[in-house]
Design a protein around this ligand. Structure first.
Ligand code: NAI
Length: 470
């Protein structure tokens, strides 16, 4: 078949790829986006961010109805769970989101090419459809690889998506397991562990390190662990998993102290493996074309997302940096703008991270531990939600806002929030940091009363020694 020529062909239709496609179309490029899944949106929309948030919201409402409605004077009788309805709602939300992306492609005249894309040369991508239809070759002036990431396997714990599941299976369990063991106390482990604990599972989280959420602020992690402990999650920190055996309806998981010692067998009905994700770069044809990867299989790029091969770029989870949907989106926009001759870059220090547990944990910039290690002198402004009027009115006062500002200049270096809406509240600080803002800039900004956001203002005031409400 004769090759169709495009200004840009993107391999992968997740948040990195589809956003890059839209921005490129806005800039006047003729764009094709190759996607192996039937539906656009990638891991995030189909089996990641969106379905997990649907289940987190549903399971939170279920818990609230059981535990907190009465104190508000709201009686609901016996609260029951219809898991099939909850899952069906989740599927509907995913469907709406994938349709949304398809609509945006139509609106921008972007070709959605269904199939697996492989680099066939410096300026061509071969696409093999999943249904065995005729392969086609797309000719491209520029190519962006946005193939995302896949779960990291754990030796000795083979995923079957029934008894031993990845996040994909963990989002689609047909029944609430009596006992769930989660391996890995990272983003996925804590979010999905929370969902199933709320729905009634006894959840044990096994983590290799002596703490949860490595990379996050120590104080946020320690406090969140305590709060999750109240929600029926049990933590086995400093513990490594040696292997797993499925025995009929159960899984026997052999664990051992991380530093060595006696092995022990834990039993569960379902085991969720959430020990990280790795770049999805195998089978994309990188070697044949000469696109270089690093030791971890990530595609090496420069500040403009250019790979070692001229005209071929890479963005999102398949390159170094935080593996987050919103980071991939920023990569995509900046990459395309650079291709179009504009000047754009992404500062990964200003990419927020949010764990959507209850309460949420959110962070941007540096942690205290990182600043100490770098020898930076900083001031800490910290404000607890216990002292925030709206938090008290809402009936949830656990958590705090912490702002770290450079001594002397007051420039904000990082912020760490634990509390309801932390994932929304963090953005005020992200914007301030984006403009090189200081704690005083945030502190002097009028904040509506009564809002949880006032805790951000108070933390900023605290960083300059002027907190009012504490
Ligand atoms: P993660 O990197 O966040 O956490 C993995 C955890 O597993 C770490 O605490 C690690 O120490 C532990 N671990 C590794 N090997 C282990 C072993 N053998 N035994 C016990 N523990 C072990 O990875 P996770 O949770 O799988 O998430 C993958 C990616 O997806 C992350 O990069 C995250 O950024 C992204 N994600 C983001 C979400 C969000 O933004 N809310 C939600 C879900 C995922």
């Amino acid at each position: 078949m004769e090759a169709q020529t495009h200004d840009l062909v993107i391999i992968g239709g997740g948040p990195g790829g589809y956003v890059a496609a839209i921005r490129a179309a806005q800039l006047g490029m003729k764009v094709a986006c190759v996607e192996a899944r039937e539906r656009l949106g990638g891991t995030c929309v189909n089996v990641g961010c969106i379905p997990s948030k649907a289940l987190l919201t549903s399971s939170h409402l279920y818990t609230e109805a059981q535990t907190h409605f009465a104190e508000h004077g709201v009686g609901v009788g016996t609260v029951t769970l219809d898991l099939a309805a909850m899952q069906a709602r989740k599927d509907k939300v995913v469907d709406q989101n994938t349709r949304g992306v398809a609509f945006l492609f139509k609106k921008h005249n972007i070709a959605h090419v269904r199939g697996t894309g492989v680099l066939a040369g410096r300026t061509s991508v071969a696409v093999t459809p999943a249904d065995g239809g005729a392969a086609q070759t797309l000719a491209a002036k520029n190519i962006i690889i946005a193939t995302g990431s896949i779960p990291t396997p754990l030796a000795g714990v083979p995923v079957d998506e029934v008894r031993i599941v990845s996040s994909t299976g963990g989002l689609a369990l047909p029944a609430v397991p009596k006992r769930l063991i989660v391996i890995g106390a990272g983003y996925i482990g804590l979010e999905l562990g929370s969902v199933w604990a709320r729905l009634g599972s006894e959840v044990t989280v096994v983590e290799y390190l002596p703490r949860i959420l490595p990379g996050m602020d120590d104080e946020v992690a320690t406090t969140l662990q305590r709060l999750l402990g109240r929600q029926k999650l049990t933590f086995r920190l400093g513990t490594k998993v040696i292997g797993a055996t499925v025995r009929g309806e159960a899984v026997a998981l052999t664990v051992q102290p991380a530093e060595g010692g006696d092995a022990e067998v834990l039993e569960a009905d379902v085991v969720l493996v959430a020990v990280g994700r790795k770049a999805n770069t195998v089978g994309v044809g990188l070697e044949a074309v000469g696109v270089k990867t690093d030791a971890r299989g990530m595609i090496a790029v420069d500040a403009h997302f250019a790979t070692s091969v001229p005209g071929i770029y890479a963005i999102g989870d398949c390159i170094p940096g935080p593996m987050l949907a919103h980071k991939a989106e920023e990569d995509g926009v900046a990459c395309v703008e650079n291709i179009a001759g504009l000047h754009a870059h992404v500062d990964y220090n200003q990419v927020p991270g949010v764990v959507y547990t209850w309460p949420e944990a959110a962070a941007v910039g540096q942690t205290e531990q990182q600043l100490k290690a770098a020898g930076v002198e900083y001031a800490v402004g910290k404000f607890p939600f216990l002292a925030n009027g709206r938090a008290r009115a809402n009936g949830f006062t656990d958590g705090f806002v912490k702002i770290l500002a450079e001594k002397g200049s007051g420039t904000i270096l990082g912020a760490h929030i634990l509390g309801p809406e932390a994932g929304t509240l963090i953005h005020e600080v992200v914007v301030a940091m984006g403009y090189g803002g200081t704690a005083e800039h945030v502190a002097r900004t009028c904040h509506a009363h009564p809002t949880l956001a006032e805790a951000v203002k108070e933390a900023a005031l605290g960083a300059i020694g002027r907190a009012i409400h504490i």
